[in-house]
Design a protein around this ligand. Sequence first.
Ligand SMILES: [Zn+2]
Length: 352
Amino acid sequence: MRVLYSLHHNLHHPQREFEASGFQEPFEHPGRAEIIRQALAADERFELAAPDEWGTDPIAQVHDPGLIAFLESAWSEFQAVHGPTHDVVPDMFAMAGLRESMGPASEPASIDARLGWWAFETTTPITHGTYEAARSAVNVALSTWATVESGEPIAYGLCRPPGHHATRSLYGGYCFFNNAAVVAHRIASTTGSKVAILDVDYHHGNGTQQIFYERDDVLVVSLHADPSRAYPYFTGHADETGAGRGLGANLNLPLPAGLDDDGYLPMLESALESVMGFGPAALVVSLGLDTFGGDPISDLALSADGFARCGAAIRSVGLPTVVVQEGGYADEQLGENARAWLLGASSQPWPS
Ligand SMILES: [Zn+2]
């Protein structure tokens, strides 16, 4: 299987995350992608390749151009006012209630205010090279599609930073540009065919849902921890089914804590039935490996063997498939979990 990977992900390297009312060592750190790269590079069934440069036009088709411009200059602007700092994090957010009954605000001028205009939470620091890293992750996703478009049945984009929490106009949840959404829109707009996104990250892909919520050409199906107990809390409920033309083209399958391989697989099969019922020409998989039993920020109980079975289930539907990496924070097992899933998805035996 062809694996797209860019060294530039290392340019995004937060020192700490503010979550659970404290500063944490970053769960989302450069070592994650390096662990996966090393595990795949050691297996001759995987072939690593660098992505092409795609520019910002494909990003601007799903994201507010203002978000792109902000991310390009935010770190430098902040340093000019407050520097030197390693990380840049908002300290106020443009919540709708601030201006309730006063009408909407417009984008403010100061860098402090603009941070809270374009971000939705505090776990996602901007560092010196974050913009370049986020751009490279999009290049990885689009080059993965180019591989599939040229005839490969499936290919894997080792995207970092991840993308599925980024909405059209907000970054957060370790995500800056929504890699899966950019590539799904690219496929739909260049082929004229319907596309399905299957998000199997532990967390609801709120950004992907938001971007396609009113569209009927891109189906979004997500299996994730029930948001009544899990991040991102405010989206991902079963009654969110799309709006307008997109009504019926969004499916959320919230999962209970502790679900293991045998409990999860039937839910995945059900999700795949919905995917096939939509009649897509291609499938984009947002692959989160934080459903693993040993993940430090999650509460499901999948195993490496379960991941191989999940990959095989997705391969069995026979759609041209782009896999993009999302979450997964159990560093010691992350490489093997990715290898298991991808071997399953390429009809290869695992563990050897
Ligand atoms: Zn996640």
